[in-house]
Design a protein around this ligand. Structure first.
Ligand code: AMP
Ligand code: MG
Length: 513
């Protein structure tokens, strides 16, 4: 890999703490602190993403690069650092947080000018580790590595994953926070993004009333990641906030399209570029449920349930609006933009649903159709992904019971079959009124409805296998997630086996990582 081409433009521009002191502390007025990865004695490669390495300009992996994958023996040019951010966690201001288990190597620029930040997750403590160890376990590292790539191939904006390696060190974790600590294998993921900047970076510096730094940070963000913004002064900052709102609404729509629940939508986990960032207790949805909340830390409140992600993103943007107010200085504008967000999001969301159903355009009557459909999905506990796959096969002659029987998590009683038949009639009537051909309608459906989604139980099985020293499942899942709109493996196009209904780490997850 071309490790020698990695640079740190961020630390050249902004104020930082250059003491290299990993002791946990507040670092007021700065955006980062330099810190070295812990270093690990027994690194072992689990997976490497050759295509991403090529795209970023890092180039192919050689055996000598193994050290770099866990942050060992870094060359002179890799001056590592952790960034400081703040955030609202579960609705409350949490003050300074920061990269607690992530350390940045810096940025690389590909031949065609694409910028990519590179960071280790799980490579050791930083000033922002808040009494934790800065390590990550295999379980959470596999989940981040595979899911971020799965999202990328689904077409959802996301950070990506370059490598997954064992550290050779064991880590103690109490997975469900119930007084049951166990030793787990430690691992490190290298993840990449155009930028890892979060809402929380802006909130931190604004809360400290460091408005000059705030302005510099917004200018930096616009210059590097919002090239479409060409206005100046306050207009520029308004334009930035509007664009970020659009990107965020589009991201939420994409999460709804594929059935992704983030799990911890705190403002420190919200990307300023509109990317999915921080894969923790996330989950793809099996049976459709607007209340689905995989993160046990979020019970019983269900703040971050599947169906609430639109509203929550708006709440998070309110917090960012507060942070940006000293620059934009126009309450009315911020309020209007945020109010518009709600209507923009729901329209984008409904247009997305139209495509999933193969409808030509969004009509007023579709809203009622969608509400009825949601009720049906919820009541019959239909699998979100498989439902749409089966819907493509529906025609006026279909026997709906046999079409949807293997897609429901409850028994399809006669009464339930009647509800399905009723839905099918309404659906067909809506299709007939389409102004586009059936082929065009089917092609919309095929582009919007994945055949493969990375279900929790598959991840769970994959982690068990890697723990036992095997990687067949990892390789198979990698191929499947790289081609989510095809059915490469029929065994993956099936419901979650009932044996996994209540498995910890499968149907229920915690933030422990
Ligand atoms: P998260 O729930 O992943 O968004 O993390 C919230 C905050 O806790 C972030 O500042 C993390 O960096 C920090 N954090 C979580 N786990 C650890 C850990 N094992 N070591 C250090 N910091 C951590
Ligand atoms: Mg986080």
């Amino acid at each position: 890999m071309n490790i020698e081409q990695i640079k740190q433009p961020f630390t050249d521009i902004f104020l930082g703490d250059f003491s290299d002191n990993p002791m946990q502390r507040n670092t007021p007025k700065v955006l980062f602190a330099t810190v070295k990865p812990a270093g690990f004695d027994g690194p072992k490669l689990i997976a490497f993403n050759e295509t991403l390495a090529e795209e970023t300009g890092l180039g192919p992996y050689e055996e000598k690069d193994l050290d770099f994958l866990v942050g060992n023996n870094l060359p002179e040019n890799v001056k590592t650092y952790a960034t400081a951010y703040a955030g609202h966690q579960f609705g409350n201001w949490a003050g300074q947080l920061g990269d607690g288990r992530a350390i940045l190597a810096g940025e690389i620029i590909s031949k065609d000018g694409k910028k990519t930040e590179i960071q280790w997750k799980g490579s050791g403590a930083t000033p922002y580790s808040r009494h934790a160890d800065g390590r990550a376990v295999l379980r959470s590292s596999v989940r981040e590595y595979l899911m971020s790539e799965a999202m990328y191939h689904l077409g959802v904006p996301t950070t990506r994953a370059l490598s997954l390696a064992f550290t050779g060190e064991d880590v103690v974790r109490d997975m469900m926070y119930n007084g049951n600590p166990q030793l787990e294998k430690g691992a490190v993921v290298i993840r990449t993004a155009e930028s890892f900047l979060r809402f929380g970076h802006f909130e931190l510096i604004s809360a400290q009333q460091e408005y000059k730094t705030l302005q510099d940070l917004v200018d930096f963000t616009i210059k590097n990641y919002y090239p479409e913004i060409t206005t100046d002064g306050i207009e520029k900052y308004k334009h930035f906030f509007e664009s970020l709102c659009t990107r965020t609404a589009n991201l939420m729509t994409e999460w709804f399209r594929v059935g992704f629940v983030h799990g911890v939508m705190n403002t420190d986990n919200m990307s300023v570029l509109g990317l999915t960032v921080d894969y923790g207790p996330y989950s793809m949805m099996d049976e459709y449920d607007l209340n689905f909340t995989p993160n046990t830390t979020d019970l019983p409140g269900r703040r971050y349930a599947f169906g609430k992600q639109g509203q929550i993103s708006q709440w998070n943007l309110w917090q960012l609006a507060n942070a940006l107010h000293p620059l934009i200085k126009d309450e009315k504008f911020l309020e209007n933009t945020l109010n518009h967000y709600g209507s923009y999001f729901w329209e984008a969301h409904d247009k997305m649903l139209c495509k999933k159903f193969g409808f030509d355009e969004l009509r007023e009557s579709d809203e009622e159709f969608f509400t009825n459909w949601q009720g049906l999905m919820q009541e019959l506990q239909l699998d979100y992904t498989l439902f749409f796959n089966q819907l493509e096969k529906l025609n006026p002659e279909s026997d709906v019971k046999s079409l949807f029987e293997n897609v429901s998590y409850v028994v399809l009683t006669d009464q339930r079959v009647r509800k399905l038949e009723d839905f099918a009639k309404k659906y067909e009537a809506r299709l007939i009124s389409n102004t586009i051909s059936r082929e065009k309608s089917l092609s919309l459906m095929k582009q919007s409805n994945p055949k493969f989604t990375l279900r929790n139980y598959l991840l769970y099985e994959c982690i068990e296998e890697i723990n036992a020293g095997k990687t067949e499942m990892l390789e198979k899942l990698t191929r499947a997630l790289e081609n989510p709109y095809e059915e490469l493996y029929p065994e993956f196009s099936a419901k979650r086996p009932s044996a996994y209904d209540d498995t910890t780490g499968c149907s229920t997850l915690s933030c422990s990582s």
